[in-house]
Design a protein around this ligand. Structure first.
Ligand code: NDP
Length: 446
């Protein structure tokens, strides 16, 4: 048994050098679950800590593809199968130049606890490539996806590992990967989620993460007898999660005033209503443009070049872009501008200093593992529908999603209550951990 979380982190750092995001993710979980380990000798004697931070399998492969000029390119593909104690591996694929082994290990590690929180039988995994989809033609995207799946297909399957989308991987990419998988295996199975509605996809899956993060914020607000009505909300990102968070917040009576991408933020003090959201969806999903173009269409809006949304006044903030996009200073600025509720659509968007600021100031702080679990939960519902070979209605899936988000909130309250305050970080980490650790023990040393 390690004496302190710090001792254990030294082991993790020595064993996984040069992977700061992975260290950050492990540190946070270990700090939360440490008292549980200390009070339960069974976790110590089974050496659960060392076992749970080691991926069951890490697959790294070469992806070669030709661009439109016939030039041959090489990228690196990955699949990290982290833990299958409670179900087949499940987690998204990310195509972004920042992808590397450490980033995917952090995401796969988080996924294990997130999937456990959903109440569904899903193990944890993550994968992707350092391929940059920006500026690529349709043909280039398709060829890359095909060549990526040529190798990945050997390692996944509907009862083994079921990938989905993430940054840079949406319905288009899932379609290309599904097409080649089907051809290679000669089987039409639910091997990916986020599929098109006509070929096995679930209603509400595209909306699920954005809706879920909003439902989670709604549950947190309820603990203070509040709701979204009349609240000003800042959102970062302008991709899948951000778009549907705008839609749900607006439907619940909130006013979303920002969206962003990696170049900058747009600030629309009049609010991004449904008509403006339709414009954003067309801009980002069809024309693949930059968020800056919003200000050409809506002249009242400002473009803040190179800035994130956290300097804008709001009561609720929803970080929905990427990891480490909200610093300790940003957290202080948000609080001094009146923000008291933060629900994370992205994975690990808040730096550790920011997390401490939120907790110290008793902000309603819903960490990504809990708050953005609606996406994978609805992927789980897609898998169920595929197995049963039927499709549920929009209403049915949305009701189940809403129930799952409520149940995750309850789990966080159960494990995270500290007097009057709910520490959702602690609640999510312990709630997710216990189920996986117990399953590992019950399955013996494997
Ligand atoms: P998309 O690719 O649809 O959108 C990503 C958005 O984030 C884009 O606006 C992108 O801008 C921005 N972004 C990416 N990298 C950076 C960066 N380094 N700095 C600033 N902005 C950046 O991805 P999703 O919406 O699917 O995912 C967003 C987040 O939500 C990720 O953290 C993901 O892991 C998490 N998540 C997603 C789920 C899902 O179901 N899709 C489920 C659970 C979590 P740009 O175009 O400039 O790159």
């Amino acid at each position: 048994m390690y004496r302190t979380p710090k001792d254990f982190m030294e082991y993790v750092k020595a064993n996984n050098p040069g992977q700061p995001e992975f260290h950050q993710a492990v540190d946070e979980v270990i700090t939360s679950v440490w008292p549980v380990i200390e009070n339960n000798p069974k976790y110590q004697s089974a050496n659960i800590l060392e076992r749970i931070v080691e991926p069951e399998r890490s697959i790294i492969f070469k992806v070669t593809w030709a661009n439109d000029k016939g030039e041959v390119n090489v990228n690196r593909g990955y699949r990290i199968q982290m833990n299958s104690a409670i179900g087949p591996y499940k987690g998204g694929l990310r195509f972004h130049p920042s992808v590397n082994l450490g980033v995917l290990k952090f995401l796969a590690f988080e996924q294990v606890f997130k999937n456990s929180l959903t109440t569904l039988p899903l193990g944890g995994a993550k994968g992707g490539s350092d391929f940059d989809p920006k500026g690529k033609s349709e043909g280039e995207i398709m060829r890359f996806c095909h060549n990526f799946m040529l190798e990945l297909s050997r390692h996944i399957g509907p009862n083994t590992d079921v990938p989905a989308g993430d940054i840079g991987v949406g319905a288009r990419e899932v379609g290309y990967m599904f097409g080649i998988y089907k051809k290679l295996q000669n089987q039409f199975t639910g091997v990916l989620t986020g599929k098109g509605l006509n070929w096995g996809g679930s209603l509400i899956r595209p909306e699920a993460t954005g809706y879920g993060v909003t439902y989670f914020a709604q549950e947190m607000l309820k603990t203070r007898n509040e709701d979204f009505n009349g609240k000003t909300v800042t959102i970062s990102g302008s991709g899948n999660v951000a778009q549907y968070a705008v839609q749900k917040v607006t439907e619940l009576g909130g006013k979303v005033v920002t969206l962003s991408d990696s170049d900058g933020t747009i600030y629309d003090s009049e609010g991004i209503d449904c008509a403006k959201l339709t414009y954003v969806m067309d801009l980002k999903n069809k024309r693949r443009g930059r968020i800056k173009e919003y200000t050409n269409e809506y002249k009242n809006a400002e473009y803040l070049e190179g800035k994130r949304p956290w300097g804008i006044e709001c009561q609720v903030a929803l970080p929905c872009a990427t990891q480490n996009e909200l610093s300790g200073e940003d957290a202080k600025t948000l609080i001094s501008n009146g923000c008291y509720c933060v629900s994370e659509g992205a994975n690990m968007p808040t730096e550790p200093e920011g997390v401490q600021v939120f907790l110290k100031n008793e902000v309603l702080y819903g960490q990504g593992k809990a708050a953005n679990a609606g996406g994978v939960a609805t992927s789980g519902l897609e898998m169920t529908q595929n197995s049963m070979r039927l499709s549920w209605t929009r209403q049915e899936v949305d009701t189940r999603l809403h129930e799952i988000m409520r149940s995750i909130h309850q789990t966080c309250v159960r494990y995270g209550k500290e007097g009057q305050y709910v520490n959702y970080v602690k609640g999510a980490n312990i709630g997710g951990f216990v189920k996986v650790a117990d399953a590992m023990i019950e399955q013996g040393v494997v």
